[in-house]
Design a protein around this ligand. Structure first.
Ligand code: WT7
Length: 660
C-alpha cells in the first residue's frame, strides 16, 4: 500500500472528461464553489431549500435545525414524512410506474426485473403482513437477509410502517446476531432459509435459531422466513412463519405511517475502538435528503442510468446506495446476489456488459483482487468485455491506492469515466468528501474536497485548525442532516465517541487522520486514529477480536494489530499467549486454526485473524500496558527502531519476531 509521503507527492491530475461536464448536474468548479458559498453564508437556508425541493413532506417543516441539545441535533423536526412513500409512491406519481426499479441477478446468473409498480405492491403487501403480526411504529425489526429484492423490500416495508430496522450482515455469526437482537430489543427477525454465494448454500435460518437459542432475546416474538432455496430448516411453531404465508392475501396498497423527521429509520451496528459494536441511529428526513442529494451530486444520476452499487445491504453503503438513494431518485439499479469471483473473476465486467451499466460503485479491495485475477488470466481481463456503457465509476470503504486507481481508470473506465473516491462512514449517512464527477479535477489516492454544506477540517488534538500540508485529525465542524443521531441506548457513549470535550463538544470527530494538499487543499485520508481496522472495507475493532480470543478457555492474553495488506488493505494479526506452554511447529498451526475458527464463531468469518503468533508473553510496560505500536512493527516484519527502554520484558520481542 502507498505510504502517506508518497500520496502527498502524487501530482497527476485528471480533469473530468468534456463529454461528462457538458451534461453534468454540477458542471465545473465555479458551480461547486457557488454552492459551498451559499452554504457558508446561510447554512440553515441552504439546507432548508434543498429539503423542500427534494423530499416530499406530508407535513412541511418550519424549523430547520435545532441545536439546543447539541450534540443531539435535530433537523426539520416538526416536518412529517414517510421514507418508503418517497421511494415508491413518488415514482408512481412521476410516471415511473412501469420503469424498472431493480434488475436482480442471482448467484447462478438468473435475471429478474421488478418495476416501480411491482416493488410498491410487494412492499405494501410485506408492510401489511408485518402489521398483521402486530409490528408497529417504533418497534425494532432485525433483518438478516441475503442480497435480494426481498431484502430491499423488507427494509422498505419497515420504513413504511415506521418500524426501525437493523440489518445484520449475513456473514455475522449467531453470537453477533444475538447481541444485536438483544441490544436493539427487536420484536421480529426477517431472514431467509439460506443464502447462495459463489455456488455455495449457506444457512441463515439455522443461525437465527442458534442465536435465539443462546437466550436473552426476550423481546422477540416472530421469525419471518423468505424461501430462497427450499433447503431443509427447522420451524418453531407459533414463532416462525414463511414470508409467503405472511403476505398471502394482503392488499397491494398500504397507507404509509407518517413519522416525524427525526424518527429513527434504522439502527446499524458498527465497530468502535472499545467495547461491543455500537448501534448507529439514523433519522428519516435528514437521512433521506442526503441519500437523494448525493445520488444527484456525486453520481450525477439521470433517468436513463443503470446504477450498480456492489455493496451488501448489511453495510451502510447498501442502505444509502441500494435500499434508499437509488429508489428515492427513481433510478434503475442492479442488485446482485453473488460474489465477484464466481463463476470467474470476470463476473463484474460480464454483468456491466450484459446490463449496460452506466454507473459502477465498488470497493478498492474488489478492484485489487480483480487486478490480480486479470493479470493471471487474460480471458477475464476487463478489456475482453464491452464496457462502453459506463460513464462514471465510484470507490468506497477504504483508501484507494494510486496504482489501483489508475488501473480502474484505464481498464474499466477506458479514460472516459471520472472516478468518485467517496470518503464517508456508517455514522455520516452518506458521502462526505468526494470529487464531483463533472467538476473536480481528480488526483489518484485523494478523495479531494467535501460536498457543499459539509464543513470538514483537519485539526490538532485541541481542535485548532492545522495548516494545509500538516497531518492531523479529521473533523466536521457543523452538523449536517444525515449525521448519526445517537448510539442506540447509549447517549453517553455517543457524546464521548463523536463529540469529545477536548474538541469543544460540538465538533464531530470522524476517527480518521487526514492531511490537505499544500497547494490544492485536497484531502487525503491517512487511516484510522483509533483501534479500528479496515479489512477489505469491513470495519472491525481490535478490542472486539481480542475479547473474542480471550473468551476461548485456552487463551490467557491476546493483542490484535492491523498489518498492511496488498489486497485487503489491512489484515488482522493476533499475538496470543496460551494458558498452557507456547506451542511450536505443527501444534502451533493446529491451535492457530482452532482459534481462527473460534473467532469466526464468536464474531463472523470476516474477523478471522490472517496470522496468529504465539508468545510466552506480550511486550508490556512496567505498568502492564501492552505496547501495540511495537507489535505493529513486528507484524510488518520491520526492525524495531523505537525506544524500548520502558519495556519490562524486551526479550519477548525476539521471540515474537521469529514466531510464525
Ligand atoms: C471508515 C468507515 C464509507 C461507507 C462504508 C464504510 C474508511 C471509507 C474511504 C475512502 C479512505 C475510507 C475510513 C472510515 N473509509 N471510505 N474513500 N478513503 N478511507 O463505512 O464501515 O463505517 O467505515 O472507512 O477509515 O472511517 P464504515
Amino acid at each position: 500500500m502507498s505510504d502517506i509521503e508518497t500520496l502527498k507527492q502524487e501530482s497527476r491530475i485528471f480533469n473530468p472528461p468534456e463529454s461528462f461536464v457538458k451534461n453534468a448536474a454540477i458542471s465545473g468548479m465555479e458551480q461547486y464553489k457557488a454552492m459551498c458559498a451559499a452554504a457558508e453564508s446561510d447554512y440553515e437556508g441552504f439546507w432548508a431549500q434543498l429539503a423542500r425541493e427534494n423530499v416530499q413532506w406530508h407535513k412541511p417543516f418550519t424549523k430547520t435545525l435545532n441545536e439546543s441539545e447539541a450534540p443531539f441535533y435535530k433537523w426539520f423536526e416538526d416536518g412529517q414524512l414517510n421514507v418508503s412513500y418517497n421511494c415508491l409512491d413518488r415514482n408512481l406519481q412521476n410516471g415511473n410506474a412501469g420503469k424498472t426499479a431493480i434488475i436482480f441477478e442471482s448467484d447462478d446468473g438468473k435475471v429478474t426485473k421488478v418495476t416501480y409498480q411491482e416493488l410498491h405492491d410487494k412492499v405494501c403487501q410485506f408492510a401489511n403482513g408485518l402489521k398483521s403480526l402486530g409490528i408497529k411504529k417504533g418497534d425494532r425489526v432485525v433483518i438478516y437477509m441475503p442480497m435480494s429484492v426481498e431484502g430491499v423490500a423488507a427494509m422498505q416495508a419497515c420504513a413504511r410502517i415506521g418500524a426501525t430496522h437493523s440489518v445484520v450482515f449475513g456473514g455475522f455469526s449467531a453470537k453477533s446476531l444475538q447481541e444485536r437482537i438483544i441490544d436493539a430489543g427487536a420484536v421480529a427477525v426477517i431472514t431467509a432459509d439460506e443464502q447462495v454465494r459463489g455456488g455455495k448454500h449457506l444457512p441463515l435460518k439455522a443461525i437465527v435459531d442458534e442465536a435465539i437459542g443462546m437466550g436473552g432475546c426476550d423481546t422477540l416474538r416472530n421469525v419471518v422466513v423468505y424461501k430462497r432455496t427450499g433447503g431443509n430448516i427447522n420451524f418453531v411453531s407459533g414463532r416462525d412463519l414463511w414470508l409467503h404465508d405472511v403476505i398471502a392475501n394482503q392488499a397491494a396498497t398500504c397507507e404509509p405511517e407518517w413519522v416525524e423527521a427525526e424518527h429513527p429509520l434504522f439502527i446499524l451496528y458498527t465497530s468502535g475502538s472499545t467495547g461491543k459494536p455500537k448501534g448507529v441511529q439514523h433519522s428519516s428526513g435528514g437521512y433521506l435528503l442526503w441519500a437523494m442529494l448525493t445520488m444527484k451530486w456525486t453520481f450525477d444520476i439521470k433517468p436513463t442510468d443503470v446504477f450498480w452499487c456492489t455493496a451488501d445491504i448489511g453495510w451502510v453503503t447498501g442502505h444509502t446506495y441500494i435500499a434508499y438513494g437509488p429508489l428515492a431518485v427513481g433510478a434503475t439499479q442492479i442488485v446482485f446476489e453473488g460474489v465477484p469471483t464466481f463463476p470467474n473473476a470476470g463476473r463484474f465486467w460480464d454483468m456491466i456488459q450484459k446490463h449496460k451499466t452506466t454507473i459502477f460503485y465498488t470497493a478498492p479491495t474488489a478492484i485489487r483482487s480483480l487486478i490480480k485475477a486479470a493479470e493471471a488470466d487474460p480471458a477475464i481481463h476487463p478489456n475482453k468485455y464491452d464496457l462502453s456503457s459506463l460513464r462514471l465509476l465510484g470507490s468506497v470503504g477504504e483508501p484507494i491506492n494510486p496504482e489501483a486507481w489508475m488501473w480502474y481508470y484505464k481498464n474499466v473506465g477506458r479514460e472516459n469515466c471520472p472516478i468518485a473516491d467517496t470518503f464517508w462512514q456508517t455514522e455520516t449517512g452518506g458521502h462526505m468528501i468526494t470529487p464531483l464527477p463533472g467538476a473536480t479535477p481528480m488526483v489518484p489516492g485523494s478523495c479531494t474536497l467535501p460536498l457543499p454544506g459539509i464543513m470538514t477540517a483537519v485539526v490538532d488534538e485541541t481542535g485548532h485548525d492545522l495548516p494545509w500540508g500538516q497531518g492531523g485529525i479529521l473533523v466536521v465542524k457543523r452538523p449536517w442532516p444525515a449525521m448519526i443521531r445517537t448510539i442506540w441506548g447509549d447517549a453517553d457513549r455517543f457524546r464521548k465517541s463523536y463529540f469529545p470535550e477536548e474538541l469543544g463538544g460540538k465538533t464531530y470527530l470522524a476517527g480518521d487522520g487526514a492531511v490537505r494538499n499544500e497547494k490544492t487543499g485536497y484531502f487525503t485520508i491517512t487511516g484510522r486514529i483509533d483501534d479500528v481496522l479496515n479489512v477489505s472495507g469491513h470495519r472491525m475493532g481490535t478490542m472486539e477480536i481480542e475479547s473474542a480470543l480471550v473468551a476461548n478457555p485456552i487463551v490467557a492474553e491476546a493483542a490484535v494489530v492491523g498489518k498492511p495488506d496488498e489486497t485487503t488493505g489491512e489484515s488482522i494479526c493476533a499475538f496470543v499467549v496460551l494458558k498452557r506452554a507456547r506451542p511450536t511447529g505443527d501444534e502451533a498451526k493446529q491451535i492457530a486454526k482452532e482459534l481462527r475458527d473460534w473467532v469466526a464463531k464468536e464474531i463472523g468469518p470476516i474477523a478471522k485473524p490472517k496470522e496468529i503468533r504465539f508468545g510466552d508473553n506480550l511486550p508490556k510496560t512496567r505498568s502492564g500496558k501492552i505496547m501495540r505500536r511495537l507489535l505493529r512493527v513486528i507484524a510488518k516484519g520491520e526492525q524495531i527502531t523505537q525506544d524500548v527502554s520502558t519495556l519490562e520484558n524486551p526479550a519477548i520481542l525476539e521471540q515474537l519476531k521469529l514466531a510464525q
